[in-house]
Design a protein around this ligand. Structure first.
Ligand code: GDP
Length: 196
């Protein structure tokens, strides 16, 4: 059975005024464009079409809120690091994520990183953005593209680079690698589906 059987789309916000009420808890998903973030959201929520996977990278400039359970949300942040250019990106991105960061309901951030590429400077910038009280988990995506030994090496190197700032795991939406581990982390942070 799905971990989040009632997952549904809530709202697309182009401005902080459109965010849902700041109650309950939410976890944000961020990553460079084309890193596999939408595929990860769909795999974790087990809802194929929940987050739209992008044929044209970097187009979405909206924050998409999904409800996974009553007052428990997943926030899909716009992918960063693409053609719109750093100046345009800062103009549209920063006010939105600054407002998100200030929300009491933000429990943590899932950062999606291409396992073949590792943490980039843009990812490091985002890591600094998160207040230290909030939790951070890195999904090393598209792990199916790596051999077993190489995947293990990437996980070790990334964990060392994170140096205690975040937890990390291998992930593949395609092969299903690490989906359960990611679901469990997300559910625990949101306080969803605790063992009764
Ligand atoms: P987003 O832009 O970060 O939301 O990325 P998408 O989820 O739209 O995926 C970008 C591209 O990566 C698409 O061509 C996907 O088919 C591909 N992709 C996503 N997840 C995986 C995966 O686990 N393995 C492989 N091999 N490709 C993937």
């Amino acid at each position: 059975m799905s971990r989040f059987p009632d997952a549904c789309f809530l709202v697309s916000a182009a401005a902080p005024a459109q965010f849902p009420a700041d109650c309950g808890s939410e976890v944000a998903f961020a990553g460079r464009s084309n890193v596999g973030k939408s595929s990860a959201i769909n795999a974790i929520t087990q809802r194929r079409g929940l987050a739209r996977t992008s044929k044209t990278p970097g187009r979405t400039r909206l924050l998409n809120f999904f409800q996974l359970a009553p007052a428990k949300r997943l926030v899909d942040l716009p992918g960063y690091g693409y053609a719109a250019g750093p100046a345009a990106e800062r103009r549209t991105w920063l006010p939105l994520i600054e407002s998100l960061r200030a929300r009491a309901s933000l429990a943590g951030l899932f950062l999606i990183v291409d396992s073949r590429r590792g943490l980039t400077a843009a990812d490091e910038g985002l890591l600094e953005w998160l207040p230290s009280a909030q939790r951070l988990h890195v999904l090393l995506s598209k792990a199916d593209k790596l051999g077993r030994g190489e995947a293990a090496r990437v996980l070790r190197a990334t964990t060392a680079q994170l140096d205690g700032r975040a937890t990390a795991q291998l992930f593949s939406a395609l092969a299903g690698t690490g989906v359960q581990e990611a679901q469990e982390t997300l559910a625990a942070w949101l306080g969803v589906g605790r063992a009764r």
